[in-house]
Design a protein around this ligand. Structure first.
Ligand code: CA
Length: 235
């Protein structure tokens, strides 16, 4: 089996050591960098299968680093998992908006991270060089912030767009109303939980003519889940 190469960009030596120790095995091959300039040098010679990127780095923020990578044809399809500290949680949605595929909050266990790595690598969303995220016939253009299904362009509000983008990047996992509010509006937003219900209802209405509405399922007493496959029907 071909080993998958992971590039870790993290300035804290202890975390790099921990990851190197826990993730180097028969499955993964690790390369690490303590700053983004070293990471760029590595990326000029290697194309890793996935990047694990710290949010706060000495020479450039993780967000700016993602923006740079996304401009480069060969690099922009590499999935990225961001490492964020608790206090930086507000910024998670920003990370997702600029193109990170997932994030994990410090402190985390190596097992948790390797589970996330597998999920991201398995997700199978095709990101083409034109900044498109596809799920079956649904296509999200992250440059234009537009969504189309087959050849129809959906008229979504910015909130509906963010909700759908979030769901497509995080399928098959239940999110509470509170979590969705944090991801979509930010942690400090004062948003009533019923607002989420209203927004999801509107989003479903817009997806219904295209047959994608049943992928967003309400989970009683828990929140919402977006099904990656359409054979799981809503009850
Ligand atoms: Ca750091």
């Amino acid at each position: 089996m071909k080993k998958l190469t992971l590039l870790i960009i993290e300035d804290e030596e202890a975390i790099r050591d921990m990851l190197r120790f826990s993730l180097s095995n028969s499955e993964f091959n690790l390369i690490d960098a303590e700053n983004t300039s070293k990471a760029m040098r590595i990326l000029s010679q290697h194309t890793p299968d996935l990047i694990i990127l710290d949010w706060m780095l000495p020479d450039m923020s993780g967000i700016d680093f993602i923006k740079q990578i996304k401009k480069q044809e060969i690099l922009n399809e590499i999935p990225i998992i961001m490492l964020t500290a608790k206090a930086e949680e507000d910024n998670k949605i920003m990370g997702l908006m600029v193109g990170a595929d997932d994030y994990i909050t410090k402190p985390f266990s190596p097992n948790e991270l390797s589970a996330r790595i597998r999920t991201v690598l398995r997700r199978g969303l095709i990101k083409s060089p034109s900044d498109e995220v596809r799920l079956d016939e649904l296509c999200i253009n992250t440059n234009k912030c537009s969504v189309s299904i087959r050849s129809s362009v959906l008229k979504l509000t910015p909130i509906e767009y963010r909700l759908l983008y979030f769901f497509v990047l995080h399928p098959d996992k239940i999110y509470s109303r509170d979590q969705l509010i944090n991801y979509i509006w930010g942690r400090n937003a004062y948003i009533d939980e019923r607002t989420i219900d209203v927004q999801i209802k509107r989003l479903r209405c817009k997806l219904e003519p295209h047959g994608y509405h049943e992928r967003i399922r309400t989970v009683r007493n828990a929140g919402y889940i977006f099904n990656r496959n359409d054979h799981v029907k809503a009850k």
